[in-house]
Unconditional design. Structure first.
Length: 273
């Protein structure tokens, strides 16, 4: 499916606030999907060379009176300074999309009263267009604003919508932090392979390609993960012996990951204040 024209019909300026890794990934996705560079504004105190090379306005002196959308992609620690001035560009039709971790809709509404706001949580595979983002709108977001927010967020992967913002702490713990758990799996597999006698380079190659290949199979297959797991597992075989350890009721994957997700969700609630 071609993405080249998906954003070509946007007529009001799209303002990206913060062009770090995630902001840059989104920007590249928008331009690839036909967003007019002349309708694209980036506010970033230290733009990277690849951003400077684009034919877009960077930190212009004249800001639009009413942006079509404002996407806030700065670190949450600077939100208190960065968000309030955005009010000058927020009109009745503007949708504000925040991807700042832990910053709630009420926090954003205090800084931008009367604004239509979407809070979103992407994850790092967004950098290669394979992310998953979960979004929650406030009561002021219209169907048209939600559609625009969806199209902008979909430039880096899949988008799921929820109605209850309280779920965002669990979303953060699962998909937001989740890539780190998968990378840890590759890391741990490498160490275990070395412990079993493999040369470090070979163990790392086998671990990396096994995790990456399994991920691609999971992506392409319509089968449930449990079925894919069972398809690898012969009764009484080597995989079954390993899974007996990994699926132990007391200290296997399930209780360990449940504990990890609970810890991450708790921390997300603490960061939100």
């Amino acid at each position: 499916m071609s993405h080249s024209k998906e954003l070509s019909d946007i007529s009001k300026p799209i303002v990206l606030v913060g062009a770090g890794k995630m902001g840059s990934a989104m920007l590249q996705g928008w331009l690839a999907r036909g967003l007019d560079p002349s309708e694209t504004i980036v506010l970033e105190p230290q733009p990277a060379d690849d951003i400077k090379a684009l034919k877009i306005a960077i930190n212009p002196a004249d800001k639009p009176a009413e942006a079509g959308a404002i996407i806030i992609a700065v670190k949450p620690q600077v939100a208190g300074d960065v968000v309030p001035p955005l009010k000058a560009m927020t009109g009745a039709s503007t949708v504000v999309v925040s991807i700042m971790a832990g910053k709630t809709l009420p926090f954003l509404e205090r800084a931008l009263p009367n604004a239509a706001i979407v809070r979103a949580m992407p994850n790092t595979p967004a950098a290669i267009g394979r992310g998953i983002t979960v979004a929650v709108p406030n009561a002021r977001v219209s169907a048209a604003q939600r559609d625009l927010a969806h199209r902008l967020l979909a430039a880096t992967g899949t988008v799921e919508w929820i109605a209850d913002e309280k779920l965002m702490d669990a979303v953060t713990a699962l998909s937001g932090s989740g890539p780190a758990y998968v990378f840890l799996l590759a890391e741990s597999l490498t160490k275990a392979g070395v412990a079993a006698g493999l040369p470090p380079e070979l163990a790392a190659k086998l671990a990396r390609d096994t995790v990456a290949g399994s991920r691609e199979l999971l992506h392409r297959s319509p089968l449930d993960p449990a079925v894919l797991r069972q398809n690898v597992t012969s009764p009484g075989g080597t995989t079954a012996a390993a899974l007996e350890v990994l699926m132990a009721a007391a200290d296997g994957f399930d209780p360990l990951l449940a504990k990890a997700i609970a810890a991450a969700a708790k921390r997300s609630r603490e960061l939100a204040g």
